[in-house]
Design a protein around this ligand. Structure first.
Ligand code: GLU
Length: 388
């Protein structure tokens, strides 16, 4: 018996496996300082939970339209207009099982054998694997730490070939926390404008989580690209709704219709009562988002100061998301060995950079409480000093 050949180049998600390992260790009574998953420690805000409970009580437990509840699609179209200045009809927005599923759907719809998808590296763990599952080839473009882990227009231009079908942009980015300025986004758009066969996906899941006045500018707002850009976003990070699995995809009508067809044959609609929670999230007060972002900003200062001052680590200060991505190259350990030893010897869980295409880095998530961050940093410092 053999598995399908399409799985041969695919590796498991390391972000998910490290975080499950940390959770299992804790459940078994072992102390763990968990800076692995990008999973906010806050509870989902009360009004969102109340809306989902009410929906359950009212019997909203049946199938719904595969593309999502019409009220939610309309609310998301209004959000895209208000926050991002983008005009979408509700039919141009579909509700997906998390932001990850929005990306998966669109890869299935846009990519096939022989196609290339350009991905700036370091990249979020699942992009290349999704591209490969769709039968296409990931083309990685290395972003330099000295350019704040952002690729340049010249690098993008050099990577485009007649086979290029998709460009993946993630700003604010995971794992680096880098945020492209509006001018930088426009410069990339100018390159793409000359290549009409290239679709663009803008993964905006960290849109709301920014610091020091950094702005979020969607590449879909560049008029020359609006008709061939897909926006993937979701509720997990901004509203602390990771387990709810509600995300969305917005873009040209034909692509959304095709992605809805794929979804209709795979998952059907997103959990109906979870969608009612999402309606409350997007239409209600945004105070919860502001409070959580303010907490991330405080934690960022603490963790950055602690990690920056550990001799042997080199760490840029990120402008968005909730990750640090220090360079461990000076210590002579590959990222997997580093993380395994750190977990065994100090009980600190972090993600090897190899998951993101950077084997001389590790990723620390600070979407957790201050005490955990401080203890984890003490332990990390001790561990690093033993390697030198
Ligand atoms: N996106 C989060 C992370 O990078 C959650 C895990 C995942 O979906 O990969 O940690």
């Amino acid at each position: 018996m053999s598995l399908a050949a399409r799985l041969r180049p695919i590796t498991p998600s390391l972000t998910l496996s490290v975080s499950s390992q940390a959770k299992a260790m804790r459940a078994a009574g072992q102390p763990v300082w968990d800076l692995s998953a990008g999973e906010p420690d806050f509870d989902t805000p009360e009004p969102i939970k109340a809306a989902a409970k009410l929906a359950l009580d009212r019997g909203m437990t049946k199938y719904g339209p595969a593309a999502g509840l019409p009220e939610l699609r309309a609310a998301l179209a209004a959000k895209l207009q208000q926050d991002n200045g983008l005009r979408y009809a509700p039919e141009q927005v579909m509700v997906t099982n998390g932001g990850k599923h929005a990306l998966f759907n669109l890869m299935m719809v846009l990519l096939e054998g022989g196609d290339e998808a350009i991905i700036p590296s370091p990249y979020w763990v699942s992009y290349p694997e999704m591209v490969k599952l769709a039968g296409a080839t990931p083309v990685l473009v290395p972003a330099d730490v000295h350019n704040d882990y952002k690729i340049t227009p010249a690098q993008l231009a050099a990577a485009i070939t007649p086979q290029t079908k998709l460009f993946v942009l993630n700003s604010p980015g995971n794992p680096t926390g880098s945020v492209y300025t509006p001018a930088e986004v426009k410069a990339l758009a100018a390159v793409l404008a000359a290549h009409p066969q290239v679709w663009v996906v803008s993964d905006e899941i960290y849109e709301k989580i920014r610091y020091d006045g950094a702005t979020h500018f969607s590449i879909a707002a560049c008029p020359e690209l609006f008709d061939r850009t897909l926006i993937a976003n979701g509720f997990a990070k901004a509203y602390s709704m990771t387990g709810w699995r509600v995300g969305y995809l917005a873009g040209p009508t034909a692509v959304i219709a095709a992605a809805t067809m794929v979804q209709g044959h795979s998952t059907s609609n997103v959990c109906t009562f979870a969608q009612y929670g999402a309606i409350a999230a997007v239409t209600g007060s945004q105070e919860g988002v502001a409070a959580m972002t303010a907490a991330f900003a405080e934690r960022r200062e603490i963790i950055y100061e602690r990690v920056r001052t550990i001799p042997g680590l080199v760490c840029p200060k990120p402008a968005g998301a909730f990750y640090l991505f220090p360079d461990i190259g000076a210590l002579g350990l590959d990222s997997r060995t580093f993380c395994e030893k750190l977990l065994q010897e100090e009980g600190v869980a972090i993600v090897p950079g190899i998951a993101f295409g950077a084997d001389t880095n590790v990723r620390l998530s600070y979407a957790t409480d201050r005490q955990t961050i401080e203890e984890a940093c003490d332990r990390l410092g001790r561990f690093v000093s033993r390697q030198r």
